[in-house]
Design a protein around this ligand. Sequence first.
Ligand code: NAD
Length: 338
Amino acid sequence: EKLGIALVGLGGYASGQLAPALQETKLCKLSGIVTGTPEKEKIWADKYDIPEENIYNYETYDQIADNDDIDIIYVVLPNSMHAEYTIRAAEADKHVICEKPMATSVEDSQRMLEACRQAKRKLSIGYRLHFEPYNQHMMHAGQNEVFGPVQQMSGEHSFPLNDPTAWRRDQELAGGGPLMDVGIYVIQAGIYTYGHLPTSVMAWDKTQDTESFTDVEGTIEWDLNFPDDVTLHGRSSYEEGGNNFRVEASEGWAELSPAYSYGGIQGETSKGPMDFPQVNQQALQMDDFARCILEDEPSIVPGEMGKRDMITMEAIYKSAETGNEIMLNFDKDSNFLD
Ligand code: NAD
């Protein structure tokens, strides 16, 4: 019997990626939906064969507590809503997958961790690239010094977001701009490639169109400093495109471009091209979480990792705002690699 997942928020990612991936999963399946748009109820019910009693809206959400078909709630809402819907899911006694970024503040991340702990439910973050072979190879090569000790890293994740009305450009709903949305992947790649936590950060707001980007940043760059003088230079923008990650080591290098896409990731190294299968990242990610629940194992992408990244991003914003280097002192909760 597969574990049942309910998707909360049926926007682009839930409909374009997660629901199709749930047709391929082996340990979990799409059992329910939560939507504020009544027209979507019938469309999804017909398309995915979802019984009426497993369809909820934001008023009836907490009643999921009484539904044994639903084991996992997957929160796919705008960022500022993640905390509330994760906490209410834990209170309904459900395990939770929450999309990245985990929340819009460290404080909210902490509240989410506590709610899930108190309910004895598992919490994981939608960090799909931990299940993607090219990125897994970067983790392996960097952490095992396949090209010698890591010396420098750099990466960019950017895409043009021109629509000024998009929730991603609304500070209230998004909690920040491209850094929170896609730059987070560059931070993740730096940490899992080197295998150490950062110790400090310097960052710079590089917004070009300051007349259009008045709420969240248009472009941001940062230097994330790690032990032994290793630095990750990162860049993230809503004003251009960019999708790459590169690591320089003492005896070679490796690079992914594109690095963070749902498919079509490619890699080159100083020893030749990488050649790995293309996978359904979301299916692997959700199946692994289902396995963790069934076997009572910890997730490799837990809520604690989400909080770690929130701490890092808050420090990046603080540095960009003040012009100061911000020290990073991770607490026990966040002292989490992968
Ligand atoms: P989207 O705008 O396409 O969908 C958001 C959904 O939330 C919509 O169905 C919308 O109706 C609903 N919603 C409820 N209340 C809302 C409100 N007050 N304002 C706006 N929308 C509201 O966004 P998306 O691209 O699906 O992103 C959703 C979440 O998933 C975000 O946290 C995003 O960071 C994350 N995401 C993750 C990945 C990934 O690769 N892991 C990819 C895309 C998005």
